[in-house]
Write a protein that binds this ligand. Structure first.
Ligand code: BEZ
Length: 217
Protein backbone atom coordinates (compact mmCIF):
# COMPACT_ATOMS: atom_id res chain seq x y z
CA UNK A 1 0.00 0.00 0.00
CA UNK A 2 1.32 3.45 -0.87
CA UNK A 3 0.64 5.98 1.86
CA UNK A 4 -0.06 9.58 0.95
CA UNK A 5 -0.47 12.83 2.87
CA UNK A 6 -3.93 13.04 4.40
CA UNK A 7 -4.30 9.25 4.64
CA UNK A 8 -5.10 7.79 8.04
CA UNK A 9 -1.83 6.44 9.49
CA UNK A 10 -2.32 2.66 9.67
CA UNK A 11 -2.99 1.58 13.23
CA UNK A 12 -0.95 -1.32 14.65
CA UNK A 13 -0.08 -3.10 17.86
CA UNK A 14 3.62 -3.45 18.65
CA UNK A 15 6.18 -4.45 21.26
CA UNK A 16 8.35 -1.53 22.29
CA UNK A 17 11.13 -0.83 24.77
CA UNK A 18 8.41 0.67 27.00
CA UNK A 19 5.97 -2.24 26.67
CA UNK A 20 3.19 -3.07 24.21
CA UNK A 21 1.40 -0.22 22.46
CA UNK A 22 -1.46 0.41 20.08
CA UNK A 23 -0.29 3.20 17.79
CA UNK A 24 -3.48 5.31 17.68
CA UNK A 25 -3.91 4.99 21.46
CA UNK A 26 -0.26 5.99 21.89
CA UNK A 27 -0.86 9.13 19.83
CA UNK A 28 -4.09 9.92 21.71
CA UNK A 29 -4.71 13.67 21.28
CA UNK A 30 -1.04 14.51 20.62
CA UNK A 31 0.95 14.75 17.43
CA UNK A 32 3.42 11.94 16.75
CA UNK A 33 6.64 11.28 14.88
CA UNK A 34 7.15 7.68 13.80
CA UNK A 35 10.66 7.22 12.43
CA UNK A 36 12.46 4.10 11.23
CA UNK A 37 16.07 3.01 11.54
CA UNK A 38 17.97 0.53 9.41
CA UNK A 39 19.64 -1.36 12.25
CA UNK A 40 20.59 -1.30 15.93
CA UNK A 41 24.25 -0.79 16.88
CA UNK A 42 24.95 1.32 13.78
CA UNK A 43 26.70 4.69 13.90
CA UNK A 44 24.32 7.11 12.15
CA UNK A 45 21.26 5.73 13.97
CA UNK A 46 23.10 6.09 17.29
CA UNK A 47 23.61 9.80 16.68
CA UNK A 48 20.02 10.27 15.50
CA UNK A 49 18.38 8.60 18.50
CA UNK A 50 20.66 10.45 20.91
CA UNK A 51 19.89 13.78 19.28
CA UNK A 52 16.14 13.09 19.24
CA UNK A 53 16.34 12.26 22.98
CA UNK A 54 18.24 15.51 23.66
CA UNK A 55 15.60 17.46 21.75
CA UNK A 56 12.62 15.84 23.48
CA UNK A 57 11.77 18.99 25.48
CA UNK A 58 11.27 20.79 22.13
CA UNK A 59 8.89 18.05 20.96
CA UNK A 60 7.08 18.01 24.34
CA UNK A 61 6.56 21.77 24.09
CA UNK A 62 4.72 21.17 20.81
CA UNK A 63 2.68 18.22 22.16
CA UNK A 64 4.56 15.79 19.89
CA UNK A 65 5.35 12.20 20.93
CA UNK A 66 8.33 10.41 19.42
CA UNK A 67 8.41 6.72 18.56
CA UNK A 68 11.23 4.96 16.70
CA UNK A 69 11.22 1.62 14.89
CA UNK A 70 13.65 -0.95 13.63
CA UNK A 71 13.35 -4.61 12.71
CA UNK A 72 15.70 -5.67 15.52
CA UNK A 73 14.65 -7.27 18.82
CA UNK A 74 13.64 -5.54 22.07
CA UNK A 75 16.75 -7.07 23.72
CA UNK A 76 18.94 -5.45 21.06
CA UNK A 77 17.10 -2.14 21.42
CA UNK A 78 17.65 -2.19 25.19
CA UNK A 79 21.35 -3.07 24.87
CA UNK A 80 21.83 -0.37 22.25
CA UNK A 81 20.00 2.20 24.42
CA UNK A 82 22.85 1.88 26.96
CA UNK A 83 25.38 2.74 24.24
CA UNK A 84 23.27 5.69 23.08
CA UNK A 85 23.07 7.08 26.61
CA UNK A 86 26.84 6.66 27.04
CA UNK A 87 27.89 8.13 23.72
CA UNK A 88 25.26 10.84 23.30
CA UNK A 89 25.02 11.84 26.96
CA UNK A 90 21.24 11.49 27.05
CA UNK A 91 19.20 8.40 27.90
CA UNK A 92 16.47 7.36 25.50
CA UNK A 93 13.22 8.93 26.64
CA UNK A 94 10.77 7.55 24.06
CA UNK A 95 9.91 4.01 22.92
CA UNK A 96 11.55 2.02 20.12
CA UNK A 97 9.34 -0.50 18.34
CA UNK A 98 10.63 -3.98 17.52
CA UNK A 99 9.16 -4.79 14.12
CA UNK A 100 10.79 -8.20 13.80
CA UNK A 101 8.12 -9.58 11.44
CA UNK A 102 8.31 -6.34 9.38
CA UNK A 103 4.53 -6.02 9.35
CA UNK A 104 4.62 -2.33 10.32
CA UNK A 105 7.54 -1.58 7.99
CA UNK A 106 5.57 -3.08 5.13
CA UNK A 107 2.36 -1.17 5.96
CA UNK A 108 4.32 2.08 6.02
CA UNK A 109 6.52 1.35 2.98
CA UNK A 110 9.66 1.63 5.11
CA UNK A 111 11.57 -1.05 3.19
CA UNK A 112 12.88 0.13 -0.16
CA UNK A 113 14.21 -3.07 -1.72
CA UNK A 114 16.44 -1.32 -4.23
CA UNK A 115 18.15 0.48 -1.33
CA UNK A 116 18.18 -2.54 1.00
CA UNK A 117 16.11 -5.72 0.75
CA UNK A 118 15.57 -6.37 4.45
CA UNK A 119 16.27 -3.23 6.49
CA UNK A 120 14.12 -0.13 6.84
CA UNK A 121 15.39 3.12 5.35
CA UNK A 122 15.17 6.36 7.36
CA UNK A 123 11.53 7.35 7.07
CA UNK A 124 9.81 10.06 9.10
CA UNK A 125 6.02 10.20 9.44
CA UNK A 126 4.40 13.11 11.26
CA UNK A 127 0.88 12.18 12.32
CA UNK A 128 -1.68 14.66 13.63
CA UNK A 129 -4.08 14.20 16.56
CA UNK A 130 -6.68 13.30 13.90
CA UNK A 131 -4.37 10.35 13.01
CA UNK A 132 -3.81 11.67 9.50
CA UNK A 133 -0.37 11.68 7.93
CA UNK A 134 0.85 15.29 7.74
CA UNK A 135 4.44 14.81 6.56
CA UNK A 136 6.53 12.02 5.06
CA UNK A 137 10.27 12.32 4.50
CA UNK A 138 12.56 9.49 3.43
CA UNK A 139 16.31 9.79 3.94
CA UNK A 140 18.88 7.38 2.54
CA UNK A 141 20.76 4.94 4.76
CA UNK A 142 23.96 6.97 4.88
CA UNK A 143 22.37 10.36 5.75
CA UNK A 144 21.34 11.23 9.30
CA UNK A 145 18.12 13.20 9.71
CA UNK A 146 17.85 16.92 10.48
CA UNK A 147 15.54 17.14 13.51
CA UNK A 148 15.60 20.96 13.44
CA UNK A 149 13.92 20.76 10.03
CA UNK A 150 11.32 18.31 11.37
CA UNK A 151 10.57 20.71 14.26
CA UNK A 152 10.33 23.59 11.79
CA UNK A 153 7.75 21.71 9.71
CA UNK A 154 5.77 20.82 12.85
CA UNK A 155 5.67 24.53 13.75
CA UNK A 156 4.30 25.24 10.28
CA UNK A 157 1.81 22.34 10.41
CA UNK A 158 0.46 23.45 13.78
CA UNK A 159 0.25 27.11 12.75
CA UNK A 160 -1.42 26.44 9.40
CA UNK A 161 -3.91 24.03 11.02
CA UNK A 162 -5.07 26.89 13.23
CA UNK A 163 -4.87 29.96 10.93
CA UNK A 164 -5.56 30.63 7.25
CA UNK A 165 -1.90 31.10 6.45
CA UNK A 166 0.94 29.24 4.74
CA UNK A 167 4.65 29.51 5.51
CA UNK A 168 7.25 30.69 2.99
CA UNK A 169 10.48 28.94 2.04
CA UNK A 170 12.81 28.48 4.98
CA UNK A 171 10.28 30.04 7.38
CA UNK A 172 10.98 29.86 11.09
CA UNK A 173 8.59 30.42 13.99
CA UNK A 174 7.90 34.12 14.51
CA UNK A 175 8.72 35.22 10.95
CA UNK A 176 6.04 36.67 8.66
CA UNK A 177 3.67 34.21 6.99
CA UNK A 178 1.58 34.19 3.80
CA UNK A 179 -2.19 34.65 3.55
CA UNK A 180 -3.56 31.61 1.68
CA UNK A 181 -4.85 32.36 -1.83
CA UNK A 182 -8.47 31.31 -1.09
CA UNK A 183 -8.84 34.30 1.30
CA UNK A 184 -9.90 37.52 -0.46
CA UNK A 185 -8.28 40.87 0.37
CA UNK A 186 -11.46 41.93 2.18
CA UNK A 187 -11.48 38.75 4.27
CA UNK A 188 -7.76 39.16 4.98
CA UNK A 189 -8.37 42.71 6.28
CA UNK A 190 -11.01 41.37 8.68
CA UNK A 191 -8.90 38.43 9.76
CA UNK A 192 -5.58 40.21 10.27
CA UNK A 193 -6.20 43.49 12.07
CA UNK A 194 -2.68 44.82 11.43
CA UNK A 195 -3.32 44.43 7.68
CA UNK A 196 -1.18 42.67 5.12
CA UNK A 197 1.71 43.55 2.86
CA UNK A 198 1.02 42.61 -0.76
CA UNK A 199 4.17 42.11 -2.82
CA UNK A 200 1.99 40.70 -5.61
CA UNK A 201 -1.80 40.28 -5.58
CA UNK A 202 -1.21 36.57 -4.83
CA UNK A 203 1.71 37.06 -2.40
CA UNK A 204 0.45 38.72 0.78
CA UNK A 205 2.42 38.65 4.01
CA UNK A 206 1.13 39.04 7.57
CA UNK A 207 2.75 38.83 10.97
CA UNK A 208 2.84 35.31 12.45
CA UNK A 209 -0.58 35.27 14.21
CA UNK A 210 0.83 33.38 17.19
CA UNK A 211 3.57 35.98 17.56
CA UNK A 212 0.91 38.67 17.70
CA UNK A 213 -1.03 36.72 20.37
CA UNK A 214 2.14 36.37 22.46
CA UNK A 215 2.80 40.12 22.24
CA UNK A 216 -0.79 40.91 23.30
CA UNK A 217 -0.61 38.59 26.35
C1 BEZ B 1 24.03 3.75 10.29
O1 BEZ B 1 23.04 3.96 10.98
O2 BEZ B 1 25.12 4.17 10.62
C2 BEZ B 1 23.92 3.01 9.00
C3 BEZ B 1 23.01 2.00 8.89
C4 BEZ B 1 22.93 1.31 7.68
C5 BEZ B 1 23.76 1.69 6.63
C6 BEZ B 1 24.64 2.74 6.76
C7 BEZ B 1 24.73 3.41 7.97
Amino acid sequence: MTLRLGDTAPDFKAETTEGPISFHDYISDSWAILFSHPKDFTPVCTTELGLAAQMKPEFDARNVKLIALSVDSIEDHKGWALDIAEVQGCALNFPIISDADKSISEKYGMIHPNENETLTVRTVFVVGPDKQIKLMITYPMATGRNFDEILRVIDSLQLTAEHKVATPAGWKEGEDVIVIPSISDDEAKQMFSEGFRAEKPYLRFVQDPRNKKAQAA
